[in-house]
Design a protein around this ligand. Sequence first.
Ligand code: ZN
Length: 243
Amino acid sequence: MKTKIIQLIVLSAILLISSTNKVCSAPDKKKPIKVLMVGGGSSHDFDRWYKQEDVETLQRDGLAVVSYTDDPSKILGLLPEMDVLFLANNQPISDEPTRAAIFTFSQKGKGIVLAHPALWYNWKDWPGYNQLLVGGGSRGHDAYGPFRVKITNPQHPVTKGLPADFKLDDELYYFKSDTQGSSVTVLATAQARTDGPEFPSIFTVGYKKGKIVGIALGHDAASHKLESYQTLIRNAVNWVAKK
Ligand SMILES: [Zn+2]
């Protein structure tokens, strides 16, 4: 008798789980975008602002499911399952097969988002990274402080919902496109003083079939907590994930 009751309870539990699953996988629900975010390196609190804050921002309302790692040796195994690679690291990715896999990923039309630390000229032994994936890079920045970001292409899906311009405290990267590299389309610029130089702050990179967005903002809390920044990274992941 006791066994029968237990069997009945188990059966009811199975039925309940399977009916719940049916509700969850309703066809009208959008599948979350699978993102691999890579952090780690120097000068930034990767755990606080990328692993914690940005992962939370991207996962809000089921937009994405993010796997975060600060171990570059994990990239090769995880990449094939992903829709988007979000590079926020400035530590080296030294392994040749991993470097090749990142290029193949982009060439196959998968999305890449390159965040603040990953826009630097980080690796002397991997010039193709900057030339082809970033379309250039940064070798310097203003001292951390306030500056203005101006949206120059408000029609683009990546800048949708952003104010025409906004101010924040951050490092203003001296991003320069490489004339020999992939083409860069600027969507927003950064300028510290009205008479000062303007640098690309948000841009897309044209590399084969891949969709790539570069975001020079993101040193610390002042950007990662900002609503405009959060809208921006959500837009960027959403756009690069689209075929
Ligand atoms: Zn920084």
